[in-house]
Design a protein around this ligand. Structure first.
Ligand code: C2G
Length: 129
């Protein structure tokens, strides 16, 4: 079984996230999403609208997603890759080259971001509603 992993906050889920998850799944048979906890979001200087538990519930309902685990630190990726026997690590290309150090442990794939949508844009638009 070829297992794929990707990381993120996935707040206010939108089609850019879905495009990423769909393409990530195409790189294997089993997709794990390491979902940023509310505490880790603080380290990322992000404040999610939905709690970790609710973001997890939403992700688990997506047909491309097979498992959701917590992302608690920047440094857990190598351990995750080993513990979950990951074949391919996938991230959007806003992270291009940031995770190339993982290449000694698994394939590293950066997928193009979906232009025209982001959680930030959604929040901004709603402010003017
Ligand atoms: N994404 C995308 N297109 C968009 C918006 C997001 O392809 N329009 C992708 C991002 O590139 C990322 C994933 O969707 O791969 C999740 O996006 P975020 O929740 O913003 O992820 P981020 O906060 O960048 O977390 O350790 C890695 C970090 O946790 C990544």
């Amino acid at each position: 079984m070829k297992k794929v992993i990707t990381y993120g906050t996935f707040d206010l889920l939108h089609w850019g996230h879905i495009n990423l998850l769909k393409r990530a799944k195409e790189h294997g048979d089993y997709l794990i999403v390491a979902l940023s906890t509310d505490e880790f979001n603080q380290l990322k200087h992000k404040e999610a609208f939905h709690s970790y538990e609710n973001r997890k519930k939403i992700l688990e309902a997506i047909k491309y997603v097979d498992e959701v685990i917590p992302e608690e630190t920047w440094d857990q990726k190598i351990e995750d890759i080993k513990n979950y026997n990951i074949h391919t690590f996938v991230m959007g290309d806003d992270w291009e080259n940031e995770f190339d150090f993982l290449e000694e442990h698994c394939n590293v794939v950066y997928l193009s971001r979906t232009v025209g949508i982001s959680t930030t844009e959604i929040k901004e638009s709603l402010k003017n509603y």
